[in-house]
Design a protein around this ligand. Structure first.
Ligand SMILES: Cc1cc2nc3c(=O)[nH]c(=O)nc-3n(C[C@H](O)[C@H](O)[C@H](O)COP(=O)(O)O)c2cc1C
Ligand code: SF4
Ligand code: SF4
Length: 294
């Protein structure tokens, strides 16, 4: 049986998960951004795994665009794995929905807890919109998650290699459905765009509007113009102008640019400069470089 494991990752958590599954199942590891320039993605594999981080209780926009490009999905065994920092919500069900609308069927969906790599409000009552800072996870807690992942890897591989069907790892489904029904396209969207400092109006859906959240990025005087942020960006959303990064507003919010900048010169809003940067310890910068152009 031939297997392909597709992954998207900003700070390496989903890459480590995808790499582990690919090694154990003898599958081919494929980066999703590397195939996104194709109009349609036709695969001969019998089993397809899709591994990605959870974003804002949902799936990254690139995963939706990727699944929509996949051809001939019927009769394939497809499984998904989301990595998450707090709670997996119904992320896997969102994936199931797009796969269904594209003629396939999600056989199983797993959720893997990994260190949180995004911003989080530091205080709620005062100056909420300017309070978002990086969340630091202690080395002990990180190690626990990595150890748990090693155990879970075995059970996921056993499950999918036996081609079992039906396991969908979700949490707090009712709350997620209520948020989706009443708040996602209104309150949730306006709060996050405000956190990013975006002041215009947009008709984009919440998921699509995250592309505009790069209004929150800036570089500080530690930037030396090395261009790594441009090379690491999976969306080619950074241009170097006069030797400094300029964000182009079609961002995935993967946070790779901020987390991997060797000078820690990229900030989001006003409170990230003292925050400890994160990437998975088993992933190197060279694993993350997407393209080489200047
Ligand atoms: C834009 C963004 C939104 C996120 N939203 C959530 C969330 O709603 N719930 C959660 O548990 N983790 C959330 N996270 C944390 C990531 O899902 C988690 O750290 C993931 O393992 C990162 O994977 P990666 O290293 O492969 O990029 C978010 C991260 C980012 C960058
Ligand atoms: S990676 Fe950091 S130091 Fe290098 S150009 Fe980008 S912002 Fe500047
Ligand atoms: S600009 Fe930064 S956060 Fe946005 S897609 Fe590129 S690397 Fe990710």
């Amino acid at each position: 049986m031939s297997t392909e494991i597709y992954y998207f990752s900003g700070t390496g958590n989903s890459l480590v998960v995808a790499r582990g599954i690919a090694e154990k199942t003898n599958g081919k590891l494929i980066s999703i951004p590397s195939v996104m320039d194709k109009e349609s993605i036709k695969t001969d594999a019998d089993m397809i795994g899709i591994v990605f981080p959870m974003y804002h209780h949902g799936i990254p926009l690139i995963i939706k665009r990727f699944v929509n490009k996949l051809d001939n999905l019927d009769k394939k065994y497809i499984f998904g794995v989301c990595t998450y920092g707090g709670s997996p919500g119904i992320c896997i069900k969102y994936l199931d929905k797009i796969i269904k609308s594209n003629g396939g069927r999600l056989a199983a969906g797993f959720a893997v807890n990994m260190p949180y790599n995004y911003i989080f409000p530091s205080f709620v009552l005062k100056d909420f919109f300017n309070s978002f800072a990086l969340r630091e996870i202690s080395p002990e807690k990180q190690q626990k998650m990595f150890d748990n992942w090693k155990k879970k890897l075995e059970s996921i591989c056993e499950y999918v290699q036996a081609q079992k069907v039906g396991k969908f790892e979700t949490k707090a489904e009712v709350i997620e459905y209520l948020v989706r029904l009443f708040l996602r396209e209104t309150l949730q969207k306006s709060v996050w765009l405000k956190v990013a400092g975006f002041e215009g109006d947009t008709n984009l859906s919440f998921q699509e509007s995250l592309q505009l959240m790069d209004w929150g990025f800036r570089y500080d005087d530690k930037c030396n113009g090395c261009g790594i942020c441009l090379k690491i960006c999976p969306e080619r959303n950074i241009e170097m102008i006069d030797g400094r990064p300029v964000w182009q507003h079609h961002c995935e919010q993967c946070f790779a640019c901020l987390q991997w900048c060797p000078k820690e010169a990229i900030q989001f809003g006003s409170r990230t400069s003292h925050g400890k940067r994160y990437h998975h310890p088993d992933v190197k910068l060279s694993d993350m470089i997407m393209h080489d152009e200047k």
